[in-house]
Every structure is written in C-alpha cells, then in structure tokens.
Ligand binder design. Structure first.
Ligand SMILES: Nc1ncnc2c1ncn2[C@@H]1O[C@H](COP(=O)(O)OP(=O)(O)OP(=O)(O)O)[C@@H](O)[C@H]1O
Length: 226
C-alpha cells in the first residue's frame, strides 16, 4: 500500500526524519512508534503531502483514498456530530443523496449516536470516535490515525482499538502513530520504532516472543546517535 525509500526531512540544519525506508502491506495495521519528537508525525505528514519531504521517495497505491485522523483534531464545537460530518462530507463533494446514509453509516461504525448533543458536550473518547468517523467518510482504503488513543482511559483505549480491529476486518489498511505499546501490541501486525528520526527496530509481532516494551526500551535506550 505504501513504500517509503530513504525518506528524509530537514528543518534548517535539523534532520528530524533521517533516511528511513519501510513498506506497509495492504490490509495490515502498521505502527509508527518512537519517543516524543522522534519524527512520527512528520513521517505521516510527508506521506499525506502536508509537509514537503526533503529527499527520498514515497509510493502509495495508485488512486487510493486516504482517511486521516490528526493528532489534535479540531471540531466546530457548536455543531452536532452529524452536522460536523455533513460539513466535511460536503467538502469532499459527496453527493447530498449519498451523504446522509454515509454519515449514519460512519457514526454507527464508530459507535456514536446520531443525537442533538453538540461537540462541546462530547467526552475525549467521543471526540476520538468523531475524528475517526470523519476519516472514514468517503470509504477510504487507507486510514492514517495519529495518536488515536491519546488522553483516553483504559476502557476508551480498548474500545478504539477494538474499532481499529473491526476496520481491519472490513479490509482497511491502517497506520497508527502511538506511544501506548499495549495498544499497539494488541492491534498491529508490524511497525517501526523511530528514534531521533532513524529506524532503530523493524518490529514484527510474534517473531521473537519478547514484549514490545522490552524491544522498545532496548531499541531506543541502547541507541546512540551517530
Ligand atoms: N514545522 C516544524 N519546524 C521545525 N521543527 C519541527 C516542525 N515540526 C516538527 N518539528 C520538529 O521535528 C521533530 C519531530 O517532530 P514530530 O512531531 O514528527 O515528532 P513525533 O515523533 O510525532 O513526536 P510526538 O510523539 O511528541 O508527537 C521534533 O523535534 C519537532 O520539534
């Protein structure tokens, strides 16, 4: 679905993504892991073409639709979830006829009720769900979710992770950027651990029998920036 080759991003003299290469297969749930400031969001933004790469190549399956849930989603607080999605659906030029069904479908998938509650009354978990619902509008094949469980309690995180597994069953390819290794271990098949812009571990679930915590600490902790 995605191939990155020697991807690099510099801000001035600061190399924040440093020559990374990885591949994401269709249908997999792939993790971008790393400490704060490692370069995960920058990598996502280059894939989405929201930030220009400095060098390297990104190949994305031809004509694939991408849904994106950003690290800090923002909403029109005075709108209901339905109205919010209607606004974004119209921006996507989904026809009026299809849009209503589409919104009801994505609300149902993420487990949000279509009621009169305005977004300002939403809990953090509901906001994450709404952000994922927004990403699902237009039925994209590829979903990129930046920190989909940040700020959520363990129940909220579990629900979002169950939702991600459901979406995988529906055939989506999903890229998740997260710090929460338990969530990743439950949901993802493979991923990369980045430290200071470089890949320090190519992780594949169940390959070693070791926990992701251990692998992460060893990969990031023992890494010396050269
Ligand atoms: N627009 C920018 N201008 C300059 N430096 C930037 C810019 N955006 C990001 N950076 C720097 O790039 C580095 C990587 O940031 P990035 O947001 O990709 O990290 P991250 O791994 O997603 O971190 P976190 O988990 O904390 O969100 C950081 O040092 C950050 O300060």
């Amino acid at each position: 679905m995605i191939k990155c080759r020697n991807l690099t991003k510099k801000y001035g003299n600061n190399t924040v993504v440093d020559n990374i290469s990885f591949e994401i297969e269709q249908g997999e749930v792939f993790a971008l892991l790393g400490s704060n400031g490692a370069g995960k969001t920058t990598t996502i933004k280059m894939i989405l073409n929201l930030t220009k790469k400095t060098s390297g190549d990104i190949y994305i399956k031809d004509k694939v639709k991408i849904g994106y849930s950003p690290e800090r989603p923002s909403f029109y607080e005075m709108l209901t979830g339905y109205e919010h999605l209607k606004f974004y659906g119209e921006l996507q030029k989904i026809s009026k006829k299809e849009l209503k069904n589409e919104i009801l479908k994505v609300l149902d998938i993420v487990g949000l009720e279509n009621n009169k509650t305005k977004v300002k009354g939403y809990s953090k978990g509901m906001r994450q769900r709404l952000s994922i619902a927004q990403a699902l509008l237009g039925n994209p094949e590829l979903l990129i979710l930046d920190e989909p469980t940040s700020d959520l309690d363990v129940i909220g995180r579990n629900t979002i992770m169950d939702l991600i597994l459901e979406l995988q069953k529906k055939g989506k390819t999903i890229v998740i950027n997260s710090h929460i290794l338990n969530d990743i271990e439950r949901t993802c098949n493979s991923g990369i651990i980045i430290n200071k812009g470089r890949i320090v571990v190519n992780w594949e679930k169940d390959k070693t029998g070791r926990s992701l915590d251990e692998i992460f600490i060893e990969g990031v902790g023992n890494y010396e920036y050269k």
